[in-house]
Design a protein around this ligand. Structure first.
Ligand code: C2E
Ligand code: CA
Ligand code: CA
Length: 789
């Protein structure tokens, strides 16, 4: 080391040494700049051009460094340079550097780089010692072999090292390569110089053709200029390249940033870039993520896991460590001659939200926000499936609002909707949080009670619901009184399938309504049987008219004052081929429900008018009209047709209606009644005293007759209240100019009391049971029956 130090500092002109080092540095720098171009270029001509330029530059730099350093060498005696060998040293440098560079280019693997770099290192030594051969000096040269060997080893080793560094993935390391090559060149030269000792020998003569230092100076200056030129070219190249790269990167970034999708560029599993979109999704600036591992954003995923041409689901972690559902897809891309992967990240939250919203809309009742029928059915099916495994019970309550239709019809749909909303709010208050409340449609609701409940619990809920809905609703200044009927079925007892449980709850609801509304009924097996019987009956009823299974019987009505017959009420009978006599109490409601009451009612009217034609002319026939018949606006026209057809005078016909006809659509009913009145038909209010028995009905329509219901008549004269009611109705009739008829008179006592109260007519078993047409005709033809007055 000291030898090297004294060699450089004492035997050399330091100014020239510095120039040599500078030229070497420039050359070294341009070497690698050109080399990089070789790898970057695509076309082979281009690569070759860069390679040749690079080789010439590098070998020239080594050569020039050597000879400038030789000019700096001051042995203190006459010197010169043999032209041939000086030239040969340059040729050797060019050839060996070319060989080394070729190795690196052809095989850029680790071993190729080490070998190529080594050959370039060897080129330095070879050039140096050939160059020393060109050195003519007035003395003899003595070589220290060990130092010579060391200089060769240093050159070769550092040459290899520089090539290794040149390919490092890290820019900072790559920048060390030219420096190492510089040290290799200078190190080899000066070690080589310190290995030589020159002994002055006046006998030695400088050969005649030898160049003197001036010529060499001009030569090396030119070569140095070439190197500076090449270096400047390399610098420009570097700048142009860098600008192009920056522009390219910027364009890539801009492109990525306008993408709606989140994009990240990965170098292996390291994040090398992300776009604006992804920054937004993550809530993090890109600087915070550059260099981070992919796993930080996509836990458990590496680039290799992401498919190239198929999206896959993944979970992204955002800045708040929240899981963001995403879909990812990868695409490989070359950036700065290196393969990278672009990972596209599609945020799925909006889509999932939309899907959830669609699901909600499909499963929710739009008006009340309750579950709709679809969701309810799904829940019921699910409950059924889980019930199998747990063997626990659950209850299904089906609700039907009472009197809701009246609100909807009279106050409008807006009010109906508001009422349904309020009903659903109350329902939610009446049940537990884990019970499912649904609106099945119209005014029908359902409650699915959570499992594990006892009978008392179910009934308590039903009672609570009935109670809460029976309380008046105050909406827009209207007080609305509705109520609800509830049918209950319990699984697994009341059905083996959701449909069965549902159907049985429906049967129970039907039973509750039959019981008189505002009640609940638990499903019972007998309901099923009854329904079946009803269905059979309905079928029979449809056939009964054509099979002529109906007849009319007549119950005479007697004038209380004269004791003479006033007429008779027609009452229908059904002679069922198997069941025998079926009571109208059993089949009239069924006929009303099924709409068969229409043709049936027409048959009754036609038959009654025909039969009554045979009676003495002053006698009337009374026919019962069902409320359902009043729903048909053609009712009056139908009756007019029957009168015309049978030739029976309207003045001899009475129709008996109940308040049910006035309850449904009063205006329509009253209009029909006026039309009937215009035909001379008399109108009776039947069953007066039962139901609402609103006196206002009597004021709104001038009935011809009020029929006092048999339930009061039967209690007279003993029951004070009934007697008072009979008296009041009779007086009311008298004051309104309406006749009164007492129905169901069975005893003399009743007859006497009622006649005594001023009632106009008597009807009941005491006078006669309902009898067939031929017998009533015979009865009317015989002498008038007189009551004991
Ligand atoms: P309603 O109009 O009140 O008829 C009187 C019912 O009382 C008749 O029963 C009659 O047989 C019964 N009755 C009469 N006197 C007495 C008595 O002294 N004691 C007792 N316990 N009962 C007596 P029926 O014939 O079974 O009719 C029942 C109901 O069926 C009728 O009640 C009426 O509402 C309906 N109905 C009968 N025939 C027809 C019809 O042709 N058309 C319509 N729409 N309904 C009818
Ligand atoms: Ca009647
Ligand atoms: Ca009656």
């Amino acid at each position: 080391m000291t030898q090297l130090y004294t060699c450089v500092t004492q035997q050399h002109d330091l100014r020239l040494v510095v120039i040599a080092a500078l030229i070497c540095a420039l050359g070294s720098y341009s070497t690698f700049a050109m080399g990089r171009q070789v790898f970057r270029s695509r076309a082979w001509q281009e690569r070759l051009t860069w390679a040749v330029t690079g080789v010439i530059g590098t070998s020239s730099a080594i050569w020039a460094t050597h000879f400038i350093a030789m000019l700096a060498f001051e042995p203190g005696m006459a010197t010169g340079f043999a032209i041939g060998q000086t030239g040969a040293s340059l040729v050797i440098a060019v050839l060996l550097v070319g060989l080394g560079a070729g190795l690196v280019v052809v095989r850029p693997s680790m071993s190729g780089r080490i070998a190529g770099g080594g050959v370039i290192g060897l080129a330095i030594s070879a050039m140096h010692y050939t160059g020393m051969g060109a050195y003519d000096v007035q003395g003899t040269l003595h070589w220290d072999r060990a130092t010579v060997a060391l200089s060769v080893v240093v050159g070769v080793t550092l040459g290899s090292l520089s090539m290794l560094l040149a390919f490092s993935p890290r820019a900072a390391v790559r920048h060390l390569a030219p420096l190492v090559l510089l040290i290799a060149v200078c190190g080899t030269h000066f070690l080589g110089m310190s290995a030589v000792t020159i002994i002055f020998d006046p006998r030695v003569e400088i050969p005649g053709g030898s160049m003197d230092t001036t010529v060499l100076s001009i030569l090396t200056a030119n070569v140095a200029l070439l190197i500076v030129g090449l270096s400047l070219a390399a610098l420009r190249l570097w700048r142009v390249n860098r600008l192009r790269h920056e522009a390219e990167s910027q364009r890539l970034r801009d492109l990525a940033d306008i993408a709606v999708e989140g994009l990240m560029i990965c170098d292996g599993d390291t994040i090398a870039g992300i776009n604006h979109s992804l920054e937004r999704v993550l809530g993090l600036p890109r600087q915070a993520l550059l260099g981070a591992p992919l796993q930080q954003l996509l836990p458990g995923l590496s680039v290799a896991d992401i498919p190239m041409n198929q999206e896959m689901d993944a979970v992204l972690r955002d800045s708040a460590d929240q899981a963001v559902p995403v879909r990812v897809i990868a695409q490989s891309i070359v950036i700065k001659a290196k393969p990278h992967t672009v990972v596209a990240v599609r945020d799925q939250r909006e889509r999932l939200r939309a899907e959830a919203e669609m699901h909600r809309l499909a499963h929710q009742d739009a008006l009340t926000g309750l579950a709709n029928r679809r969701q309810f059915n799904e829940a019921l099916t699910a409950r059924f499936a889980s019930r199998r495994s747990e063997e626990s019970t659950f209850a299904l309550l089906i609700l039907d609002l009472d009197r809701f239709k009246a609100v909807n019809d009279t106050l409008g749909h807006g009010m109906g909707d508001a009422l349904l909303q309020r009903v659903s709010q109350r329902l939610l208050r009446a049940v537990r949080g884990d019970d499912l409340v649904a609106r099945l449609g119209g005014d029908e609701f359902a409650i699915l009670k959570a499992g594990g409940i006892d009978l008392a619990g179910i009934q308590a809920v039903a009672e609570r619901v009935i109670d809460i809905l029976a309380r008046p609703f105050l909406i827009d200044g209207h007080i609305l009184n509705i109520g609800t009927s509830i049918g209950i079925a319990v699984a697994p007892g009341d059905g083996q399938s959701p449909e069965q449980v549902m159907g049985n709850a429906d049967l129970a609801l039907y039973g509750a309504k039959e019981d008189g509304r505002g009640r609940y009924r638990m499903f019972e097996e007998s309901m099923n049987a009854r329904i079946q019987a009803r269905r059979a009956l309905e079928l029979d009823l449809r056939r009964a008219i054509s099979r002529q299974e109906f007849t009319l019987v007549y119950q005479p009505q007697l004038s209380a004052r004269s004791g003479a017959y006033d007429g008779a009420e027609a009452l229908i009978r059904w002679h069922h081929p198997e069941r025998g006599m079926v009571s109208p109490v059993d089949f009239i409601p069924l006929a009303e429900e099924t709409g068969l009451i229409g043709p049936l009612g027409e048959w009754v009217l036609r038959t009654a008018c025909t039969d009554a034609l045979a009676w003495p002319e002053h006698l009337t026939v009374a026919v019962n009209l069902s409320p359902v018949q009043f729903r048909d606006v053609r009712l009056a026209a139908t009756i007019r047709g029957i009168l015309a057809e049978t030739g029976f005078p309207g003045s001899r016909l009475e129709v008996e209606i109940t308040e049910g006809s006035l309850l449904q659509d009063e205006q329509r009913t009253l209009a029909i009644l006026r039309e009937l009145r215009a035909l001379g038909i008399r109108i009776s209010m039947d069953d007066f005293g039962t139901g609402y028995s609103s006196l206002s009905y009597l004021r709104r329509f001038p009935f011809d007759k009020i029929k006092i219901d048999q339930s009061f008549v039967r209690q007279t004269p003993d029951d004070k209240d009934s007697a008072a009611i009979v008296r009041a109705i009779t007086m009311l009739g008298a004051s309104l100019g309406m006749k009164t008829t007492a129905e169901g008179v069975e005893t003399d006592a009743q007859s006497q009391f009622i006649a005594g109260e001023g009632c106009d007519q008597l009807q009941g078993y005491l006078i006669s049971r309902p009898i067939p047409a031929d017998r009533i005709a015979a009865l009317f033809s015989a002498a008038p029956l007189t009551l004991t007055a």
